[in-house]
Ligand binder design. Structure first.
Ligand SMILES: [Mg+2]
Length: 191
């Protein structure tokens, strides 16, 4: 049976985003994230999957090993009950990589679709939480519901989203609001 999932952007959503984060010691998790993920997992058993653009690898600013070390540190900080089940990342960037390599880069839905196929996820019952327009757009492209966090997004980017008719299913001021929305919405869907 296919499982429901919550896809999460990483930088700016789970952890503070200092830009090209390569040092596991610098990982800082946003408040309420750990508890929010725990609730998502224990309420309806959502599979939690990170989908993250890490173009710092293509740019030569960080290594793949550093991205993996940061991911591991995130899971250490989240603990067993709020553990991320899988991390997907796109290491490419159009200026440094071929168009084929960049196919995974958000707003493409490719990482979501790949995870859905590999982990047997039900996209009809899945959501994405992110802090940027590309996160919402990748959710649109994958046909899942979208939650925009207001952690980092600028007023200009919000306006641009509206002008492009890129309207998230829900806008949340913090991770608790985001996870509560998903739990309530999912409850409505399954009744
Ligand atoms: Mg982000």
């Amino acid at each position: 049976m296919l499982k429901p999932a919550v896809f999460l952007d990483r930088d700016g959503t789970i952890n503070l985003d200092p830009g090209y984060l390569g040092d596991p010691e610098k990982v800082e998790i946003y408040p309420l994230v750990k508890e929010g993920i725990r609730k998502l997992k224990c309420s309806f058993g959502f599979t939690i999957v990170v989908v993250s653009n890490q173009s710092g690898i293509a740019r030569g600013l960080i290594t793949e090993e550093q991205v993996i070390a940061v991911n591991k540190r995130i899971n250490d900080l989240l603990g067993e009950e709020a553990k991320i089940d899988a991390f997907y990342y796109c290491s490419h960037h159009p200026e440094f990589s071929s168009p084929e390599e960049c196919l995974c880069r958000k707003p493409s839905p490719e990482m979501i679709l790949k995870a859905a196929s590999e982990l047997k996820l039900d996209l009809k019952k899945s959501y994405i939480i992110g802090d940027k327009a590309i996160d919402v757009e990748s959710g649109f492209n994958a046909g899942i519901k979208t939650v925009l966090l207001t952690n980092t997004i600028s007023r200009a980017e919000r306006e641009e989203m509206e002008n492009n008719n890129l309207i998230p299913t829900f806008v949340a001021d913090n991770f608790e609001e985001a996870s509560n929305f998903i739990i309530t919405d999912y409850q409505g869907e399954i009744i």
